[in-house]
Design a protein around this ligand. Structure first.
Ligand SMILES: [Zn+2]
Length: 271
């Protein structure tokens, strides 16, 4: 299983711009985050560019650098080509472009779109047919994801957040794994920087404040059996609100003998 990831634009071509963001930076960041996730799941991955330049270093030569992207996919004989872009021009949400319906590209597009729409709580704009050079000239199934609208404020706020871009990478990875029939494994670099673990839903009100203090990080609630969800345990830092220690190596334990003590520990942390 081989994939070619094509971060849209680059170098001389910023792509769409809005709210201080350039499309070329966002597409590259998503692809750089996505590559190790795919490789962790046994899918070898080539990039058409790994920095801020035009593929083939054909700066200013749009046709040439687009064909250079196709060339990289063909030379590596990949099974799937995935171009990553950000939309613009009025609208919101997620769509995926293919050259034609009814083939393997449409299958891949539907798999990836499902996860992308869930991730951003995006509006689902569907799988669309559009004549795009990199989709047309590649011999393997090829899709082009349009991840939100850079000139829409709500979408731009999301795209500006590195943890959201990681979530988009994970969504791409999950969809691509589904396409290849691979059971997605959490790992690689998609571990959370920080997570909050609640003893019960009752702790939510203070958990939300703690998460807000940590860049609106993920919040988990312990299941009734008191086990710790895997994504919480693999986070680089875990803030535990209520209940016993998880023995996480970088744990901050905000917990008392009753919920009032716990609330006091949280209040102290939030100061
Ligand atoms: Zn684009």
């Amino acid at each position: 299983m081989k994939v070619c990831l094509d971060p849209g634009h680059g170098g001389y071509d910023s792509g769409a711009v809005g709210y201080g963001l350039q499309e070329k930076d966002i597409t590259l960041d998503i692809c750089l985050k996505l590559k190790p996730l795919l490789e962790y799941n046994g899918i070898s991955t080539n990039l058409t560019r790994d920095g801020d330049y035009a593929p083939g270093h054909l700066e200013g030569n749009l046709n040439g650098e687009l064909l250079a992207r196709v060339d990289i996919a063909e030379k590596n004989q990949v099974d799937l080509f995935v171009a990553v872009h950000v939309n613009s021009g009025g609208g919101t949400g997620e769509e995926i472009l293919v050259m034609g319906l009814g083939g393997r590209a449409e299958t891949a597009a539907n798999k990836v779109l499902t996860y992308l729409v869930q991730t951003g709580a995006w509006l689902n704009r569907g799988v669309k047919v559009q004549n795009v050079l990199v989709l047309k000239e590649t011999s393997m199934p090829a899709i082009l994801t349009e991840n939100g609208f850079i000139d829409n404020m709500d979408d731009a706020v999301k795209l500006k957040d590195p943890s959201f871009r990681l979530a988009l990478a994970v969504a791409h990875a999950r969809g691509i794994c589904d396409y290849f029939g691979v059971q997605y494994r959490v790992g690689g670099n998609d571990v959370l920087e920080v997570a909050v673990l609640l003893f019960s839903k009752e702790d939510y009100w203070c958990g939300a404040d703690v998460a807000a203090k940590n860049g609106n990080c993920a919040i988990f609630v312990r299941p009734l059996d008191q086990s710790v969800p895997k994504e919480a345990m693999t986070a680089k830092m875990l803030i535990v609100i209520g209940g016993p220690t998880t023995k996480h190596p970088s744990e901050i334990l905000l917990s008392g003998t009753n919920k009032y003590d716990t609330a006091a520990a949280v209040a102290k942390y939030l100061v």
